[in-house]
Design a binder for this molecule. Structure first.
Ligand code: GCO
Ligand code: MG
Length: 401
């Protein structure tokens, strides 16, 4: 088999997605996700100008060699743009291989390790009452795990608490600015989870995303304060560029830690995994560079009792979610899968064979990863420039978003 063409599509059915489609001389095609929220066109240029020309004529069965060629062979490797582009190709190649084998992707990876994948969704509100009610509504729908974010008294709406993560989070197509106060947040958050436990009981998993906003010692304090409420995890407690910071957090709290949605390679996670500084690794098929490298991360994590918690917000396309589900179905050390749902129009453009029922995800049983991409329909939703928000402290200092 030979690769005859690689096409890149950008569409915006509710939000922007970058999609890769690989064609072969035997008529089989494969689909991959290469979406990088807020920097979509950089990935498109990387793919069209630099990767597509070197792929034509290659044997799509040689996934590992192609991955090494695109990663090692680039000299300037790593980084979110490069890795999202490689991921789009890699997912499409696994799709082709599984279709050629007549197997669902998870079967090709080694077969199912479980019957269903527990997922968590997002509950948010402008105050504690609203956020806890939103969590209750999800539990009523069958979710066994919920991430809860609430607005903070004295601050305008903050991350995850005003629906900004469910939309293209910008005004006039330019970045929105938000305000942040660490001290207000640290005072407020334990009360959110106390209220959540009082209202929702203990038979449900509660998660929280700090979104990289604390220093290690502040994160250690929050982790300790949240211990009585037995969280499933505290996510992205600090900006993880400084991985050693997790030693400090770990030394002070038994609240489980999750990190990694912005990681691009196994090297970003190596110290955290091998020193058992985290409990869940949040890397995801698209931003990790595809299924090929993410599978290695899963295996490394398994050696050190770290379980998966792949990033699954809706700014990764349903193709990425499908790959995550197939990987999770196989992974012996699966933990949980994030699932924030998609706008209806996105699910029409990307019709999938994965399903979500009562808080659990199931892969399709057809060959490949199972997601079909409707090119004609996609063309009706052209790209719209969009940015994630930026964040400032109350005195104007730029902060992590
Ligand atoms: C998550 C993420 C999202 C991000 C978004 C950024 O845990 O799902 O933090 O909420 O903000 O994916 O692109
Ligand atoms: Mg997150």
């Amino acid at each position: 088999m030979k690769i005859t063409d690689v096409k890149i599509f950008v569409c915006s059915p509710g939000r922007n997605f970058v999609t890769v489609k690989i064609h072969t001389d035997e008529g089989l095609t494969g689909i991959g996700d290469a979406t990088l929220n807020g920097r979509e066109k950089a990935v498109v240029a990387y793919l069209e100008d630099h990767l597509v020309p070197i792929l034509i004529g290659r044997d799509p069965a040689r996934i590992e060699d192609i991955w090494q060629y695109l990663y090692r062979g680039a000299y300037w490797r790593r980084g979110p743009v490069t890795m999202a582009a490689i991921a789009g190709i890699d997912m499409a190649l696994w799709d082709i291989k599984a279709k050629a084998a007549g197997m669902p992707l998870y079967d090709l990876l080694g077969g199912a390790s479980r019957d269903r994948l527990m997922c968590y969704s997002h509950a948010q509100g402008s105050d504690i009452g609203e956020a806890v009610d939103a969590a209750g509504a999800l539990i009523e729908k069958g979710y066994r795990a919920v991430r809860i974010q609430a607005g903070i008294p004295g601050l305008p709406p903050v991350y995850g608490a005003d629906g900004t993560t469910t939309n293209t989070a910008s005004e006039n197509n330019l970045p929105r600015e938000e305000l942040w106060s660490t001290s207000k947040y640290l005072r407020h958050t334990p009360g959110l989870f106390e209220a959540a436990r009082n209202a929702l009981g203990w038979d449900v998993e509660l998660l929280h995303d700090v979104h990289h906003r604390l220093t290690p010692i502040e994160a250690a304090r929050l982790g300790k304060d949240l211990e009585p409420f037995r969280l499933f995890w505290m996510e992205d407690a600090v900006a993880a560029e400084y991985q050693e910071g997790f030693r400090q957090i770990r030394a002070h709290t038994t609240t489980p830690l999750a990190v990694g949605e912005v990681f691009n390679t196994i090297w970003d996670a190596r110290l955290l995994i091998t020193e058992q500084l985290i409990d869940y690794i949040r890397m995801t098929s698209v931003h990790a560079g595809g299924i090929t490298p993410l599978r290695r991360v899963v295996d490394l994590a398994g050696v050190y009792n770290v379980r998966t918690g792949f990033h699954g917000a809706m700014d990764m396309s349903p193709v990425c979610l499908a790959c995550n589900i197939h990987l999770g179905y196989w992974a012996p050390n699966f933990g949980i899968q994030e699932y924030s749902g998609y706008p209806d129009e996105a699910l029409e453009v990307f019709s999938g064979t994965w399903t979500m029922r009562e808080g659990h995800l199931y892969p399709g049983q057809g060959p490949g990863h199972g997601v079909e991409f409707n090119e004609e329909l996609a063309a009706r939703y052209p790209y719209e420039r969009s940015y994630l928000p930026v964040n400032r402290l109350e005195d104007g200092t730029l902060w992590h978003w």
